[in-house]
Every structure is written in C-alpha cells, then in structure tokens.
Design a protein around this ligand. Structure first.
Ligand code: ATP
Length: 897
C-alpha cells in the first residue's frame, strides 16, 4: 500500500484528537509519554520502527541506467556510432568493433565520473541534515530530526526549525514565524497553558507548533504529535521535487566554452576533411577520421571531470570541518578577500571562567580552571581566601548569578566537568558553586523568565523570595543594566546610586574588559506589584539595585593567531564583529594580532551614526566592531561589498540570517548556530573555529587551481591533436594519425591523467598569493597562451615523429611506420604534458615531483597500455599499428621529452 493510503487508513482507524484543544497532560496521556521526562529510548526506537522516519517523502531519483544512457545522447557519439555502422557496411569490421568498444568505455568512464560526483553530493546533503533537541529518559540529546517520533518531548530555542508538529508543554515568550505554513509574515505569539476550541483554524492554534515553521524568539518544550507526511506540512506538500545539483558559474562558463569549441572543431574538421578529399583520400576513411577527430577535439569529458573535482573538494572541505552546502560556493570561497567573524567561540574557545568579582566594597579574584567547581575567592589586595558567606553583597551576587541562569554543569563519564547550555551562564553556575551558594530547586523558584536577547543584552527572572515575596533578578551587559539601576547594594544595605558611583562602576567594567574579560552586571529588585507577564516583563526591569560585576575569561583559541597571520599573508582582511564590550574585543583582537598597536574599534552606535558612504570608508580601516547587533552586520557586509570585496561572514543567532545571506560566503556555526542561520548559509562550520574558515578558503583556492589544471590539460591535448591533423592536411601529407588512434589518444588523456590532475594536493605558497579577482575565469590570458603553447608543442613533436618515420617515401609501409611513431609520440607527449600542467607557478620539481602519486600512477598505467598495444602483435592491427617500433622507441622518448 502506498504511504499516502497507509496514512489515510491509519487516520480513519483512530481519528487524532484535536491536540490544540487538549491540555498538555491529556496529550501526554493519549500519546503514552511523559510531559517532563519524554519517552524512553526503547519506546522511541519501537515507535520509529512502526511509524517510519520523520521525513517528507521525495520523488525518487531517476534510475541509474538513465544516467548511463545519457552518455550516448551526445550528437558526436551518435555520429561516431553511425560511422562505425558505415565501416562495418564497407567490410571493416575490426574498425567498427573498436569504435563501438571505445564509445562504450568512454560512456562507462563518463558515467562513473558523474555517478561518483552525485554520490559525493548526496553524502554531503546527509551530513547537513537538520537536528533536533529532544528529551528522552529525562535527559537531553541532539538527534537527527528524522528520528523523532510522536510522543517525543522536544526543546525549542530561538532560531530552531520546528522539526515536527507538536503540542506546547511550556513556553516562555515564544514567538514563531509561520509564513511557510500559513503565509502570515509576522511572528505569532504562542502559549502552552491555553486550551483552544476544537474548531480553531490552523493559523490560530496558539498552543501548537508545526513542522516547517521557525522559532523567532523565546523558548519552549513540546510533545510531538505528528511526524513526516502526517504533519500539516506533509498534508499540504505533495511529493517534494528533488532539486538537481546546482551548476556553478564556472560549470556554466565551461559549458559555453564547450559549445563554442564544438562549432570551431566542426569547422576545422570539415576543412581538414575537405583538404584530404581534394587530395584523393577515400571518402569512407576521411569521414571516419573526421568524426573521430571531432570526438577527440571536443572536450566532452570536461563537465563531468570538473563536477568531480568540485565534489571531491567538497568532501575534503567536510573532512576539515567546513560543510559547503552549495556547489557554486566552492568557487567563491577561493576568491574571498574579507572574513568577518564572530568572536565568542570562533576566535576564542568559548569556554568561560569567572575570574573577577567586583562589588561596592570588594574586589575578588577567583581561582580554578574549566567548569570544575573547585576554586577560591581571594582579595586582590592579598591575604587568605575569603568565605563568601561573610560578604553579603558577594553572596547576593552569586545567588543572582545562579538563579538568573539556565545552564548547568556536570561531570561526564570520564569525570571532566562539562557545561550544558550557554558557556557564560555555566561559568556563573561554577562560580556560585565555588562560593558555596546553594542551588536550591531552581526550577521551582523561578516563576518567570524574560529571556536573554542579543539586542537587549540582558535577561531577568522572577523568583520566589523568603517571606512569600517575589524578586526580579537581572544580569547583562553593564551598559544595559546600569541605566535601569537607581540604587546599589553596599554591605547588605541599599544605597542610592550617585553619579560618581555610576561613573566608578563603568570605569571598573572598562578596566575588567581591557583585561580581555567579558563583563556582566548583576542586579535585583524586590517586587511589590502584582503578577508580571513575560510580555510586560521588560517594563518591570527598572529601579534595580546594582549588586556588582563579574569578569569572565574566554581565552583565544591557540590556532586562531596563526589563522589570522595566514589571512594576512594571503591578502585577506580578517575582521572581528562581536556583541561584546569594545575593550574586551580590542584586548582579544590584540592578543590574536588582528589589531596592531594603534588600531581602534568601531561600536554599533558609531555605525548607526555613519551613513552608507561614510561606513564604506570606515570599514576599510576597522578590524574590530564591538557591541554591534545583527542589523549592523548586514550594513557592514554591504559596505565591504560596495568596496568591491568578496566577503565571508559568520553568524549564529536568529537575527544573523540576513547578513549571512547577504555575504558572498555566509558561514553558520554548526555547534552554536541556529537552524535559520544554517539554512541561510553557504557553508556550515562543524567546529565553529575561525581556523577552519581560513583552511576552507585555502581549499577553495586549491580546488579552483585544480579545475584550471584539468581544463588546461584537456584543451592543450585536444588542440595538439587537431593541429597535427590540420597541418598535415594543409601541407598535403598523409594523415599522421588514424581514426582509431585518435579515439584511443582521447580516451587515454581524458581518462585517468585528467582526473588525477584534478586531485592535485594544494600548491605550496597557495596562501601567500593575493586573492584571485572574483571575475577572473578559469581560462585567464596567461592560461590561454599556455594552452596554445602546449598544444603547439605537442603538435610539433608529433609531426616531427611522423616526418622522421615517413621521410616523404611513397611506400605504404613507411607511412604506416610513421603513423605508429606519431601515435606513440602523441601518447607520450600528452602524458608528459600532464606533468607540465601541475602548476602555473612552480616547476614539477618545486611542486614536489612525487606530491601527487595518483598522477604518476595514471601516467604509468596509461603509458603501459600504450606500450602494450604497440608491442603486442595481436593488438597492433586493431590500432592500425603496422609492426613493432623496435629501435624507434628511442626517437619517441627523445621527442616526447
Ligand atoms: P559574538 O559571538 O558575536 O562574538 P558575543 O557572543 O560576545 O558575540 P552576545 O552573545 O550577543 O555577544 O552578547 C552580547 C553581550 O550580552 C555580552 O557582552 C554580555 O554583556 C551580554 N550577555 C551575553 N550572554 C548573556 C547572558 N546569558 N545573560 C545576560 N547577558 C549576556
């Protein structure tokens, strides 16, 4: 039974209850799951077996025999087959058989190349499959979204793509972007507590989230009620079209080049045929040779080889933690001139530790490393460790740090302490534990959360305070918190915040930041008003009591410094764009060599004050942008682009998607990034590491180089063959190569050596060159000259070989010997040209003679095949080789070299 019917039949058996009209507990009951612990792993596995994966069904890919059959669709191949039939008809069965065999081998090679490229691309697609955060057996884990089953408890964060239809269990300030499903472009607010009327239409179901929509803000947990084709999205989506692989501008340019070459070749081949006929050569022979030459001259293998080179490049990139989502991006990657990167987690390790605590009366240093809750509080003025319990402000500060917080820390199986959640928050938990502050039951204490948001740069919670009262506790950037404060905690008392104290606190924050620390202010207010809702919550963040500052250390990644230096030598400008404090950003920038001595920073406020023209000037001289938001990122990308630069830009948050999309290479963080950003990105960094971006650019350059080498090689060889025939026809010599020989040469060169050239390792000095001008094609003027030069060289030695064997004699045996000689010289010369194509800049020895063993092997195999067909008596007649070459081999070698 087809799946659609099965789903329908299933629905008829037991019509699903209107989930949106049931309370979460009832939904959990119906689904046989738990609204806080989720399913057990075993039950989930059983359901997956029964329900199938959470996937929208796609049209199956076309069968593989079609791809094979496509190889014969080429007009020239058809003409060649017709020529074979013709040969057979005039009695030359050997020729006919050999032609058919060569056509077949060609088709197999073409098919295998295409097939491998398709498979490589599919494998990458699987790697990029979306993941979902789910609670099973009470523990959170990230799974491929296709493994979700009804009854699963999922966790949703801003920027997540909703992986299935689900009933909300909890929701804090949740807003969802449902345009894909309902066409509504504004985000809609959702709530878990309501129970709606059963007739509520899809667009009004505030208690539900649906597959295909995206979390715009807030967070939630929800029970999956439908997966795959049973979701609302599945109902409206008919089978998805499987998009064919995108072609790159390079591939399109090559295709255009191919078409031009077909016309040119046909003209030249017709001319050669005409000249030969005029000289009285037999028609059948001339026709066959003309067709063979046309087949040989047209680089029909080029698109397949290029796709394969690109696909192999994508795989190498993936092995280096850079997942390129679209083939065309590989090319752009190599011409990147500016890399705009986040700081936290990309240039830095993203592993935070609280180093300093500053209150109105105390300045403490915190010892200990990593997330292990072991360390002490020491006064900066010296002396023994202090007991936090004796310092009321510090105790209060750590209490806020612990409660206004969603992260946890726990030891893993090996006993190493790990952070779960935001590293900044995990570091605060650790500091509180070091200070001996009791966690209590955080979930029970926190009534309400006003979530962190990168534009507000702060978050708050409402917690139960002793005596049945409630207390609002906030943490965030000092510039965000301090303006909302009117008082300050001082040794347990509350004192008004004087302008001097405000300035002093800002100065303290700046001093901590200048030491490369991330700074947060912590504050609170005892609430006397009634209930606060999340929506109205931000208004309650006023009249706060400032308790103190914490400074967190996030050390730079060791490899980032080298990566910055590599950028510099490669003519690429690295730029840091961060939401953090300018002084922190500058300090880290200095440590990484991003900023030298005098360089300053530009803040979001500065960017706001500049118009587009002024910003265009400013970006050129700014290596660090701090306290910027996603909107600023977009303007910065555009400003660089107006300067004619090719910009790579990283992003992780929901709001980063527009900037990531606008960049020439949008890069999403694989670990910390949101689904929305990944969807918008050209490349996903699996390890969130800046060094991987630089490595990817190097790989992009190398891939582009390799495509150039393959094109160079194929065109030079083909040009050589055509030139040989053309010159001979022009001066009235017998044809230096027979039809079969031409076909064979084409097979030998288009095959293994071209492929091997495409897999050349990255060249030395790759990252010491300036970036390639973005508009520069594969065939630059220099390369075109080199192609002509190599082609002429091949033609010259082949003709010389022919002449040496023929010596103008009329004896047909001399002509046959000369042909054999030309044939072998051509093969040997072409194989050696492959070595010459290895680098435009370096000689084969500089490039490392043995650096590409595949190429040497390809040359050896092709060379042996060539020797075999000439040396083996039974192969000779097939390839029109009269007799063994004997002593002539020396001439072949000399000419080829
Ligand atoms: P980037 O990743 O772009 O380098 P970032 O991660 O440093 O930036 P954001 O996460 O946007 O920047 O944080 C901006 C500021 O918001 C921080 O400097 C800090 O003051 C504050 N902040 C960060 N995380 C939290 C949090 N969990 N709670 C409260 N405030 C926070």
């Amino acid at each position: 039974m087809p799946e659609s019917e099965r789903v329908a039949a299933h629905a008829a058996e037991r019509p699903p209850p209107p989930w949106h009209a049931s309370a979460p507990a009832a939904v959990a009951d119906t689904l046989g799951t738990h609204a806080r612990l989720g399913l057990s792993a075993a039950e989930a596995a059983a359901r997956l077996g029964r329900q199938g994966p959470n996937l929208l069904r796609r049209r199956p890919p076309p069968p593989r025999w079609r791809a094979f059959a496509r190889q014969f669709r080429e007009l020239l191949t058809l003409i060649l087959l017709a020529a074979a039939v013709l040969s057979a008809a005039v009695g030359d069965v050997t020729d006919a058989a050999v032609i058919v065999a060569i056509v077949l081998v060609n088709a197999v090679v073409g098919f295998l190349q295409e097939d491998r490229a398709t498979r490589a691309l599919e494998a990458l697609e699987r790697l990029a499959a979306p993941r979902a955060l789910v609670v099973r057996d009470g523990g959170r884990l990230a799974l491929p979204a296709e493994r979700l089953v009804p009854g699963d408890l999922i966790v949703l964060e801003p920027g997540d793509a909703v992986p299935a239809d689900a009933r909300l269990v909890t929701a804090a300030a949740l807003e969802v972007q449902e345009a894909a499903l309902t066409g509504e472009s504004q985000s809609v607010a959702k709530e878990a507590a309501a129970v709606l009327a059963p007739t509520t239409p899809l667009a009004g179901r505030a208690t539900m989230v649906h597959a295909g929509t995206v979390v715009a803000s807030g967070h939630a947990t929800a029970l999956v009620v439908a997966t795959g084709m049973a979701t609302e999205l599945g109902r409206i989506a008919t089978l998805l079209e499987r998009g064919g692989p995108e072609t790159t501008p390079l591939q399109r340019r090559l295709a255009a080049l191919g078409r031009t070459l077909v016309v040119v070749c046909l003209a030249v081949v017709t001319l050669i045929g005409g000249l030969e006929l005029a000289r009285g050569a037999p028609l059948a022979e001339v026709f066959l040779r003309a067709v063979s030459l046309a087949v040989a001259a047209v680089p029909e293998g080029l698109p397949a080889v290029v796709t394969l080179v690109l696909a192999a490049g994508l795989q190498r990139l993936a092995a280096q933690n850079a997942l390129v989502r679209r083939l065309p991006s590989v090319e752009t990657l190599g011409s990147v001139t500016v890399i705009c990167t986040d700081k936290t987690g990309t240039l830095t390790r993203g592993e935070m530790t609280v180093r300093s605590v500053v209150t109105a009366t105390e300045r403490l240093r915190v010892t200990g490393a990593g997330y292990a809750p072991r360390g002490e509080f020491l006064r900066e003025s010296g002396g023994p460790p202090v007991a936090v319990g004796t310092l009321p402000d510090v105790a209060r500060l750590l209490g806020i740090a612990l409660r206004c917080n969603k992260a946890t820390v726990a030891p893993d199986a090996a006993g190493a302490w790990r952070a779960l959640g935001d590293p900044t928050e995990a570091a605060l938990v650790v500091a509180a534990l070091k200070g001996g502050v009791e966690a209590g039951d955080r979930e029970a204490m926190v009534h309400l959360e006003i979530p962190f948001d990168a534009t507000r740069r702060m978050m708050s919670v409402v917690v139960a305070a002793p005596g049945g009262r409630a207390c609002l506790e906030s943490k965030g950037a000092t510039e965000a918190i301090l303006p909302r404060c009117t008082a300050e905690a001082r040794e347990g008392r509350i004192e008004p915040l004087t302008p001097e104290r405000r300035r002093a606190i800002l100065a303290d924050a700046a001093a901590l930041a200048a030491g490369a620390l991330r700074v947060l202010s912590l504050a609170y207010r005892d609430l006397d008003e009634g209930v606060i809702t999340v929506q109205g919550g931000a208004a309650a963040e006023r009249d706060l009591v400032h308790v103190g500052l914490v400074g967190l250390l996030d050390p730079p990644r060791e490899e980032a410094r080298d990566a910055v230096a590599r950028c510099r030598s490669a003519g690429i400008v690295p730029v840091m764009i961060t939401g953090d404090h300018p002084a922190t950003a500058l300090a880290i920038g200095r440590e990484l060599g991003l900023v030298d001595g005098a360089g300053g920073t530009c803040s979001g406020a500065d960017v706001d004050a500049l118009d587009d023209v002024a910003l265009e000037r400013t970006v050129g001289s700014t290596a660090v942008f701090a306290r910027v938001t996603a909107e600023h990122k977009l303007r910065i990308v555009r400003a660089w682009q107006r300067r004619g630069q090719v910009v790579a830009m990283t992003g992780d948050g929901v709001n980063d998607a527009p900037a990531v999309r606008a960049a020439d290479i949008g890069i999403a963080m694989g670990l910390g990034g949101t689904d929305v950003t990944k969807e918008a990105a050209d490349m996903v960094l699996l390890d969130d590491n800046f060094a991987s971006i630089v490595a990817a650019v190097a790989e992009g350059r190398s891939i582009h180089d390799n495509v150039g080498k393959v094109v160079h090689y194929l065109l030079a060889c083909n040009a050589g063959e055509v030139l040989v025939m053309f010159v001979a026809a022009l001066v009235g010599w017998p044809a230096p190569l027979s039809a079969i020989q031409i076909l064979w040469l084409n097979l030998v060169t288009d095959g293994l050596p071209a492929l091997a050239l495409g897999l050349e390792p990255p060249e030395r000095g790759l990252m010491e060159r300036e970036p390639r001008p973005p508009r520069e094609g594969v065939i630059t003027r220099g390369r075109a000259l080199a192609i002509v030069f190599h082609g002429t060289l091949v033609a010259a030695v082949v003709l010389a070989g022919f002449l040496a064997g023929w010596r103008g004699e009329d004896d047909p045996r001399a002509v046959a010997r000369a042909q054999s000689l030309a044939f072998c010289v051509a093969a040997a010369a072409q194989l050696l040209v492959a070595i010459g194509c290895r680098s435009d800049r370096l000689t084969a020895v500089q490039a490392g003679f043995f650096a590409n063993p595949r190429l040497l092997a390809a040359i050896a195999v092709s060379g042996l095949l060539q020797v075999a067909i000439v040396a083996l008596p039974f192969a000779r007649p097939v390839f029109d080789v009269g007799e063994g070459l004997g002593g002539w081999w020396g001439i072949v070698a000399a000419l080829a070299v």
